[in-house]
Every structure is written in C-alpha cells, then in structure tokens.
Design a protein around this ligand. Structure first.
Ligand code: TXE
Length: 480
C-alpha cells in the first residue's frame, strides 16, 4: 500500500517522491509506505488551508457548519468498522479497542457539530451610553501534531473542535500510524467538507512536524506527544507568537482507600494500565493502596495480571503489541536491573502462543517496593507496567499522588463523601475521577494537565474557547 498526502481535496505524492515504511506492530513486517513530506509539502498544505479559510470556511454560518459537521459524524460512524480495522493493524491495538476509538471520533464530530451554534460571546454593561460585547472569531489555520497511540481519537478531539470554531486545519500524524487519518480526510471530503479545509501531511516529526510547527502561516498548534518534542514545538510557536495546546502525558495515580468498593475498583485499575498496552497519556500507571488492605489488594491485582493474555491485534486479546521495536526496548529498559534496587515483580501476564515472532510484545507487569523517587515511580514508561505503592494516611496519599512532575489525571476509590471532595480539591491533576476512571471516554470533559503534562485544555467547550480569538467591541451610543 502506497499512501500520499491529502492536500486541497486530493491525494498528492510528496514533492521529493520519498517514502517511509509503515510496520505492522503485531508482526514486525512492513505493509505500507507513506509520503515523506518536507517543508515544501507542508507549505502547500498550509497555503491550501489559508485559501479555504479566506474563501468561505471562516464566514460560513454557524448552522451550516453544524449541519456539515453532523454529516461528517454520520459518515465516520458508517465507516466505523473499516476505520477500526485500519487503526488496529496500524497501531497494534486489539480490534475492540480500535472500534471504541472509531466510535469516539464520530462522537467528537457529533459533539462539536452540536456546539457550533452555541458558541457565543458576552455583553458587558458599561453604563447608559456604552454597550460592549465580545465576539469569538476563528483563529485561521490550526496545526495538529498527532501521536501514534490514539490517532482517531486525538484527531477527533482537536480537529473537530477546530473546524467547529471556524478554523481550517493541517494535520501531521505520527510516522508510525498515519493510515486511518488519511482515510478519515477522504471520508470527510465525501461527506461534503470543502477542499483545503482539512489537509494531512505525513512524514518524519523532525522534518514535516518541525516544518509545520515553524510555519508562519499557522495560527495555533495542538500537540500531543512527549515533553521533549513538546518543548521544541513550544519554542517554534514562541518564534511566531502562536498559541499552543500541549498534551504531554502523565504518571497518573489511582488511590484506593480501605473503605472502597474493591470489587468495583479492581477491574478498572487493571484496565487503566492494560488498555492500549499502557500507551495512553492518561494511563493509571501507579496504584496507591491504603496499608490496611495493601497485601490483599495487591494479591487480587496479581491474580488479575496473571490472567492477562498478550498477542496480535487481530486476535483481540487483553493486550496487543507495543507500537514499535524502539518503544518495546524503551519499556524493557525500565525493567532491567530491578533486583538491584530491591523492586519486586509481583506478577506478569502471558504471551499468547500464537503471537507472531517479529511482533513488539511486552506482557503486563505488576511491581512492588518501588521507592517513590525511583524513575519507575516518576517517569512515564508508556507500557503495561503498574507500580503499587502503600500509604497510611490521607496526607501521605496526597503527597505520593502529587509527588511527580506530571499532573494529568487521578482516580480515587473511597465511599467517604467528605474525603471524595477533599481529595478532588487537593490532588494536582487536570481531571479527578471518583469511583471511576475516565467517565466512559469524556468527549464533553475538559482535559489537560500542567507541569510536565502540558499546557491548555482540550475536549468539551474549553477546546472551542482555546481555538477562537476573543474580540471586544465597545459602542458609544450617546442619547440612548
Ligand atoms: O513522541 P514524539 P514519540 C510519550 C511516551 C513515549 C514518548 C516518545 O512516553 O514513550 O513520548 O514517543 C511529532 N517537531 N508520548 O517519540 O516525538 C511526531 O512525528 C514537530 C506520550 O513518538 O513526541 C509525532 O507526530 N513534531 C504521548 C508526534 O510529534 C515532531 C503520545 C509525537 O512524537 C517533532 C506519544 C518535531 N521536532 C508519546 N518530532 C501522549 N501524551 O499521549 C516529532 N514530532
């Protein structure tokens, strides 16, 4: 399969003619090639987006934009199975997880289709002779640099919001997983999205991604990825005084108190680290357990981990492969020399006997006795590795939970209502979930962190506010 960029309503090969290989994580085999875009291709895409913005998109009536985005949502929903199969092959995630992602992208378009005509300014009373009001205007062309872990979902949350806000978009998917987004671009065109409103340039991050981040025709950048690359993107944005939204991952804790409904907590704690093989920005990668129930709960987690099966994406097991050999080696590097640090592997999942030889597999691992300052407890591993840590008091739980450079999500399991509210306020996280984790996807819920987790909020109405420019107008009308 040879794929081209989607620019100005058509597929176009890279100007250089160069291609880069796409590997199936379940087998390690190359099964497609992508256009290796350079600054020239990115420039074509940005110019197409600028033309579309000026020609019609930014001035299109809210109701018309809403209807069109709703048609996009229906088209994506109809193509859900096709998109899920593509995503599953490309990213290695079990098919049912990719099906959930395909449903989510349609839902993002549906949500933002419904939000377009509810995006209002305000009126500000200034006295009898002056009336002031605010207008929310499109920014222009927005850039979307997307990682490989959830291409469909992350495209949905940032591109649907940006189109709804009246912007046109240029997307740079990850070199490891671009296929579903090229198909999405084509489908959206079929649904009626005019040429140039959405453009997709594939290629290497340091080449196509950097060219997009630095382009002077861009008016906003949404980036999801690593803190190191996020810093480069923010520096590029600073050169052009362009606002950025950075979503840079986490080391999110789930706090399990002794009064919690442990039967309810257990499967959710396991799923929060096993989903997408732990390659999730909001993965619950630390479980903090109150001492009174520590051994019992760790034992129950261990039983669950031993039953987890890892294998090829198409086999739809608990866990698929990691995205690449590099990511697998990165995760394994965290698991070397554990005994020297006194860290205990409490339990591991199993590799399916049918898993192809060349796939990038890492079974889920549950670790105990990890010192709070150890890199396993501090750094984002981005693999199916869960660190268990005990705490005594609520204060200790909060100190442990807040004791990393990240602050994306936290989960709390307790039946004590007052403690639920106290912890919701004391935990340093962009989202706090009480007696659940993720609220079923959260298209409507503002999402993002601070510190090493990034800057700004996506999802919900907050995304629309970030993707519009606020203009204040004051009118003097003497004699009123
Ligand atoms: O990320 P990068 P990588 C974390 C996770 C993972 C680590 C490395 O811990 O192990 O990052 O993953 C594009 N200018 N997350 O190397 O480099 C790149 O092409 C502009 C967490 O894949 O950040 C891709 O599209 N763009 C995260 C995107 O940036 C550049 C999801 C992400 O790649 C660029 C992914 C540059 N100079 C990784 N260099 C999350 N928050 O969910 C690369 N890119």
């Amino acid at each position: 399969m040879e794929c081209r960029n989607w620019i100005d309503g058509q597929f176009l090969g890279a100007e250089s003619g160069e291609l880069l290989p796409v590997t199936d994580p379940s087998t390690g085999e190359v099964f497609a090639r992508l256009a290796e875009s350079s600054q020239i291709d990115v420039d074509w895409a940005v110019k197409a987006a600028q033309r579309a913005s000026q020609a019609h998109w930014r001035t299109l009536g809210a109701a018309q934009r809403s209807h069109l985005l709703l048609r996009c949502a229906r088209t994506l929903a109809d193509a859900g199975e096709e998109l899920a199969r593509l995503e599953s092959r490309d990213t290695g995630k079990p098919l049912r997880q990719a099906q959930a992602d395909a449903a989510a992208i349609a839902r993002y378009f549906e949500f933002y289709a419904g939000a377009v005509d509810k995006l209002h300014g305000q009126t500000i009373p200034l006295g009898p002779d002056l009336t002031a009001f605010t207008l929310r205007e499109p920014l222009g062309v927005t850039a979307h640099i997307i990682p490989w872990n959830y291409p469909l979902q992350i495209f949905g949350r940032s591109v649907a919001a940006s189109l709804a806000a009246g912007n046109t978009c240029v997307v740079k998917p990850a070199e490891e997983a671009s296929l579903s987004l090229l198909r999405v671009a084509e489908l959206l065109h079929e649904a009626g999205l005019p040429a140039g409103v959405l453009n997709v340039c594939t290629g290497w991050g340091r080449q196509a991604g950097q060219a997009l981040a630095c382009h002077t025709g861009i008016n906003h950048i949404s980036f999801t990825g690593s803190p190191a690359t996020g810093r480069l993107v923010a520096q590029a944005a600073a050169q052009n005084f362009v606002p950025v939204t950075l979503e840079l991952g986490g080391k999110s804790p789930q706090l399990v108190f002794s009064d919690a409904d442990l039967d309810a907590a257990l499967p959710v704690v396991v799923n929060a680290i096993v989903q997408n093989a732990g390659q999730t920005c909001s993965a619950g990668s630390r479980v903090l357990i109150q001492r009174a129930i520590y051994s019992d709960f760790v034992e129950r987690l261990a039983e669950a981990f031993k039953g987890l099966l890892t294998g090829a994406a198409a086999d739809n097991l608990d866990c698929g492969p990691l995205i690449s050999a590099a990511q697998r080696d990165r995760v394994r590097s965290y698991l070397n020399g554990l005994e020297d640090d006194g860290i205990v592997v409490v339990a591991q999942g199993k590799l399916d006997s049918q898993a192809p030889e060349g796939g990038f597999y890492q079974v889920p691992v549950l670790l105990d006795h990890v010192p709070p300052q150890h890199r396993l407890a501090q750094e984002e591993i981005f693999g199916p590795v869960l660190v268990a840590q005990p705490f005594g008091t609520e204060d200790e739980a909060v100190a442990l939970a807040n004791g990393t450079p990240y602050s994306l999500v936290a989960g709390v399991w307790t039946r004590d209502g007052a403690r639920q509210i106290r912890l919701a306020r004391r935990l340093r996280a962009g989202q706090v979930f009480i007696n659940n984790y993720g609220a079923g996807g959260g298209v409507e819920l503002p999402f993002g962190g601070s510190g090493q987790s990034g800057i700004g909020r996506e999802k919900g109405f907050e995304a629309l506010y970030a993707l519009t420019s606020l203009k204040t107008v004051a009118v003097r009308h003497d004699g009123a």
